[in-house]
Design a protein around this ligand. Structure first.
Ligand SMILES: Nc1ncnc2c1ncn2[C@@H]1O[C@H](COP(=O)(O)OP(=O)(O)OP(=O)(O)O)[C@@H](O)[C@H]1O
Length: 273
């Protein structure tokens, strides 16, 4: 991204973004609600058009390339409800009535329901991926009978089945319990060992979800990227306190970064009695 600005009405949503992710790198994007993270991802997907600036994705310059062809090389996973009944207004990306293997196979055809017949090799790849995300024991189960965490992992497997070159994960662990979240993070760590290794943009609110060996971390505030660099340089108490507007302490343990809120601007001085 070069000098990317995006204005809608009176709101400057993205304010002069300059940043780069090299092929195969994992970068985490962190910032307060409403700072522009999802908008940035939508720009990368060609779903929102910047007011100024230049965006290149997978070597293609947006505005000079067929976005539909580019989209086939990208997968998006977000925490929103994406499994449900098929219908124009349901917003579902996959039919809840499908079993896990069939659901993952819809990823090959970018369909919500089962309209196409996958090859044996495609089914085998879907089964492999379901095992990777810890759903090997749920292959024949309908999505509607799976727990939220299991559904989320099935959606992740669906997103990966086409071996995308770029994976955008927008709060992929939202709504997951602790083991569910750890399982999903482990699946993401496996993804970083995949060959070829996809480029990953992980949008998250949770510092502890950022792999300690991520290639980069971007901090965003009011539509600007205020910090970008290796995790050890960016995930500091000072930088995160500025980003979130409250006093936080960052520690590094067990290969990950952890945050504690030390004080918030709305803390009142405690009475002595
Ligand atoms: N089409 C639009 N027109 C006007 N304002 C918009 C539009 N799309 C998004 N915004 C505003 O831009 C800001 C950034 O939204 P965005 O969804 O990118 O934030 P975010 O960082 O992903 O937030 P969250 O962490 O809450 O998901 C918000 O204030 C939002 O209301």
């Amino acid at each position: 991204m070069e000098d990317v600005r995006l204005r809608r009405g009176d709101t400057l949503i993205l304010d002069g973004l300059n940043a780069r992710i090299n092929a195969g790198e994992t970068v985490a994007l962190l910032g307060a609600n409403g700072c522009g993270k999802t908008t940035l991802s939508r720009v990368l997907l060609g779903q929102m058009w910047p007011t100024d600036g230049r965006v290149q994705v997978l070597g293609k310059t947006l505005g000079r390339t067929d976005v539909r062809a580019l989209r086939r090389r990208i997968s998006v996973v977000n925490g929103a409800t994406s499994i449900g009944p098929v219908g124009v207004s349901s917003g579902a990306i996959v039919d809840a009535r499908l079993d896990a293997v069939a659901a993952v196979c819809t990823g090959y055809f970018a369909t919500v329901g089962r309209y196409d017949r996958p090859t044996d090799a495609q089914r085998a790849a879907a089964v492999d991926l379901l095992r990777v995300v810890g759903l090997g024991h749920r292959l024949e189960h309908r999505l509607s009978s799976l727990s939220t965490g299991e559904q989320r992992r099935a959606v992740l497997a669906r997103a990966l089945v086409t071996e995308p070159e770029l994976v955008i994960l927008d709060e992929p662990t939202a709504g997951l319990d602790l083991p569910g979240r750890e399982r999903l993070l482990a699946a993401l760590a496996d993804l970083r060992n995949a060959r070829p290794r996809p480029t990953v943009l992980l949008i998250t609110h949770h510092v502890e979800e950022i792999p300690g060996d991520a290639d980069g971390v971007w901090l965003m505030r009011s539509g600007r990227l205020t910090h970008a660099g290796p995790p050890a340089d960016v995930l500091t108490s000072e930088a995160l306190s500025t980003t979130f507007g409250c006093d936080v302490r960052v520690t590094f343990e067990h290969g990950r970064y952890w945050v504690q809120v030390a004080a918030t601007p709305w803390d009142r001085p405690r009475s002595r009695d």
